[in-house]
Design a protein around this ligand. Structure first.
Ligand code: CU
Length: 250
């Protein structure tokens, strides 16, 4: 009985405190409520304020070939979108985040029309920002993710800029945290929101910046399928974030 209780307690701890995802967004002083898997779906599904795609669980995705890698599970389209000007910042707000090793990457994809009709697995995704190992060694060094997480109960904020030259239109933005704390078992935490980008930009990223989900990530990638605690990796002071280069708007 004690064993069972313990198992239950550990399971609870894992599901409540160990994982997470984007809960809200802000642009300037404006706050946008996002889908929250810890609240009743019937109070959220189809609501006019809903600006991000539905994600049912704070658990990670472990298989990068799973269709859910694009915009989580089930990834049901949002009703509304966040208006933003090219060149403005968007902040993704997590209620909590407790992992500390691995890259964090913000992606966008052109919906080519209304995003609520768009299949995320057909998106041509490009990076607009990525944060990795800033200094020190791979296990105990200063990752952006380690700065981002906190234990004081305050939300964790992650800000990126929409490239100023980006052509206006409807886009998905995909915030992804990759957690590498378990050897050879990368965890992917993607969530997507709908953006309506305005501005006078004319540029779109070229082919070398684009990729698909599923597609970009592979468990054959040694920077993802990594044992950070191995002798070969423990003292490494560089970590190369996989995937295409970040598009800066050129
Ligand atoms: Cu977790």
């Amino acid at each position: 009985m004690l064993g069972l209780l313990l198992l239950f307690a550990v399971g609870l701890l894992n599901s409540v405190t160990a994982h997470g995802g984007v809960s809200n967004y802000s642009v300037g002083t404006k706050w946008y409520r996002g889908y929250n898997p810890n609240e009743a779906p019937e109070e959220q599904d189809g609501q006019p304020w809903l600006i991000n795609r539905k994600w049912l669980s704070i658990d990670p995705i472990n298989d990068p070939a799973n269709l859910s890698i694009a915009c989580n599970t089930p990834g049901t389209p949002a009703v509304s979108s966040i208006p933003i000007k090219a060149g403005e910042d968007i902040t993704a707000i997590y209620y909590y985040w407790l992992h500390n090793v691995g890259p964090m990457i913000a992606w966008m994809a052109d919906c080519g029309g209304p995003c609520n009709k768009f299949n995320a697995s057909e998106g041509k995704w490009f990076k607009i920002g990525q944060r990795g190992l800033l200094s020190g060694g791979i296990v105990e060094g200063n990752w952006f993710q380690r700065q981002f997480q906190n234990w004081e109960g305050l939300p964790c904020n992650w800000t990126e800029t929409i490239p100023a030259s980006l052509k206006p239109g409807n886009y998905l933005i995909r915030h992804e945290i990759v957690a590498l704390h378990i050897p050879n078992s990368p965890q992917f935490y993607p969530e997507c929101a709908h953006l309506e980008v305005s501005g006078k930009g004319t540029k779109t990223p070229g082919k070398k910046y684009l990729g698909s989900f599923p597609g970009i990530w592979s468990l054959k990638d040694p920077e993802l399928n990594i044992d950070i605690y191995s002798n070969a990796n423990y003292n490494r002071t560089t970590y190369n974030i996989s995937g295409p280069p970040v598009w800066k708007g050129e």
